[in-house]
Structures are given as C-alpha cells and as structure tokens.
Write a protein that binds this ligand. Sequence first.
Ligand code: UD1
Ligand code: UDP
Length: 371
Amino acid sequence: MIKVMSVFGTRPEAIKMCPLVKQFENEEEIESIVCLTGQHREMLQQVIDIFGTKVHYNLDIMQPRQTLTTITTSVLEKMESVLEKEKPDIVLVHGDTTTSFVAALAAFYQKIPVGHVEAGLRTFDKFSPFPEEMNRCLTGRIASLHFAPTENNKTNLENENIKEEVYVTGNTVIDAFSTTVKKEYEYKDEDLKKIDFTGKRCILMTAHRRENLGEPLQNICNAVKRIVMEYPDIEVVYPVHMNPAVRETAQKILGELDRVHLIHPLDVEDMHNLMARSFLVMTDSGGLQEEAPACGVPVLVLRTETERPEAVEAGTVKVVGVEEDAIFENAKTLLTNTEEYEKMAKAVNPYGDGYASERIAKILIEWNQKK
Ligand code: UD1
Ligand code: UDP
C-alpha cells in the first residue's frame, strides 16, 4: 500500500485534483488522504460538491483580501501537525498556487517526498504570472516526481536539470472535462438560466489574476464595454471571481450594461457546458486556455504571456495583452471576419486524452514498489 496525501486549496487545483483522487479511491494499492488548505472557501466547496470528493482535513485558512504572506504562514503552520499525524508516503500538490508551493515546502521539512501534478509550465518571467511562476519553479525544485502534461513541459524541466522521475501524463483537466460536458444540458445557476441566447453570440469571459488588478482589469472591462456597444448580438457572461478587488472594478465599469451579465462564480458543470456553447472565450485564466480549445472555441488571452504555448501554436489561442485597443481590435476581427474566426475555431487538445489520472496512479504504485 502507498499512502498518498493530496493537498489543494483553490478552485482550479480542485477541478484538476478531484478526478485524480477519484482514481486513487478505486485503486486497491492506494490509501488516499485529502487535505484542503481552504485557500478558497465557496469556490472550492462548489467543486468538492460536484465531484463528491471525501475530504479528511480542511485547514480553512481563507481570510477576506488575504495576502501572500498570510496564506504562506498559515498553510505552513497548519500542515505541520497534519503531516506528523498521517505520515504519508508522498504528498501530491498541483500547479502553481501558494497552497501548492507551501504544502510542498511543509512536506520537505519533514523529508516527505513530493509529487508535482501539472509540472513544468513556464513563462520564464518570474514576475508574470505573479506569484505563480515562482511558485511552480520552487515546487519543481522540491518535488521528487513530476507529472508533466505535455512533452514541452518535460523539456522545460530538463532544461532546469530536472531529469529524474519526469513523466508526461496529459493534464487531469481533460479527465474532468470529459465527465462534465453534456450534449443535452440544463443550467443550474438561476442568473444564467434567465439569459436568452436566441439569435445571440455568447462571449464567456473571466479575469482575476493578481497582476491584472487595477489598470489592466479596467482596460479589459473598458474593451468589453466597447464590444457590447458596437455589436448588438453579443451577450457577455462574466462569472466574477469572489475577490473583492475584482468585483469592484467589474461592477463599476460593466455593472449597468444590459448585455453584460456579471454573475456569481459558476459551478464547474455549468461553466464547462456554457463554454462549449460559447462563440468566444476571453480570459486571463490558465485552465480556460486548456479547456476551450478542446471544444473548438477560440480564446483571447488577456495577459502579456502564457505558460501554455501548445494551443497558441495550434492556432486556437491568441495572447492579446491588457491594452484596451488591442483587446477590442482582436475581438472585432473574430466577430466580423468569418475566415479568421474559422481558423481559430477548430478543436485541438494538446493537453491529454482523459487518462492522466490513471497514468499518475499507476506511476505512484510502481514508484512505491521500487522504493
Ligand atoms: C488564487 C491563486 C491563483 C489562481 C486562483 C484561482 C495564489 C497566489 N493565487 O488566486 O494562482 O489562479 O486562486 O482562482 O495562490 N475569495 C472568497 N471566496 C473564495 C475564494 C476567494 O471570498 O471562495 C476572495 C477572498 O477575499 C480572498 C480573495 O478572494 O482573500 C483572493 O483569494 P486568493 O486565493 O488569495 O487569490 P486568487 O486571486 O483567488
Ligand atoms: N471555473 C468555474 N467557474 C467559474 C470560473 C471558472 O468552474 O465561474 C473553472 C474553469 O472552467 C477552469 C477553472 O475554474 O476549470 C479555472 O480556474 P481559475 O480561472 O480560477 O484559475 P486558473 O486556471 O487561472 O489558475
């Protein structure tokens, strides 16, 4: 038996770790323990409920308007006793959040090996995305096992001299995605249900990144305002992140517009099904850059860089920056030029075949046997 403790705390980590935990629960040779840091609260619980994941610990650290320091210190302090009590054979963390890095550090302090799921993504700019680029670099240094979604991610690790125990597994988001998207689907969210999309094109947008707070987010919202004013057949759905700094700006610039729907964060089933039915996705999120291409929906990335070049190379994702004019002009092209739209609206999925969780479970069992 191998005792695996999965530690996660934010919405995107949960969406990508719950399918893996489900896989562990089906494996006779794995004892699965789940420890939530609670870096997020409501947005995390939404995901746990959908997947029905059994949670053993919740450190419940979230504070309104929390700082990176408070997340770091509370996770580090609270992980100590959980790790001492459970003594797992391995701790698994995901991606690039502060939860991931600090949980890895806490495990390292007790000489517990760490497995990094979604390893090897890089922008090569330590301040962008901030603090995620540094979080994932540091997690990579601590980890003993690296589960890279793509060959490109593996190469990034090799270039940092991380060559042992690097496995290309695909991304577990595709595992999740294949169970949430349905042909016939009725939305659950009351606000979403009320929107009449007949004869309309839907732009699904999200924006929340720390480095976009302030002027960049204002520019993004102003560009969206121009888009709806220019194109009467556009309905913009923006499920707004619960961060008050995000909500204030979105409400101020977009709150009064009839065809911009500022709604609460959607649960992942509503979100994936809405995405699959949208004309265009505009986002600064990481996960959406993986999901939307898989269902043939073009993505404009509201950032200056991306750690996910695979879909950019495939032509379905375009990085457009955070200036109002550039965002507006790129959206305008896709709204008015069918040829350009069709070039981007093709289904590509460089991120996996839906079996990443199975692969990771198998690797862990084999790793335990050869220890
Ligand atoms: C975090 C991650 C980011 C990830 C994002 C996904 C870090 C540093 N950042 O950023 O990489 O892309 O999650 O969404 O790890 N809040 C609530 N309820 C919730 C969740 C958040 O009220 O369920 C509010 C709180 O006021 C909280 C604030 O949002 O203080 C910010 O949350 P935080 O986790 O610090 O940052 P995110 O921007 O969500
Ligand atoms: N998501 C969701 N509901 C929302 C917004 C996003 O379920 O209202 C999902 C989305 O489909 C993706 C993940 O959350 O799977 C992305 O999370 P987020 O944008 O918070 O973080 P990032 O991917 O940027 O780290």
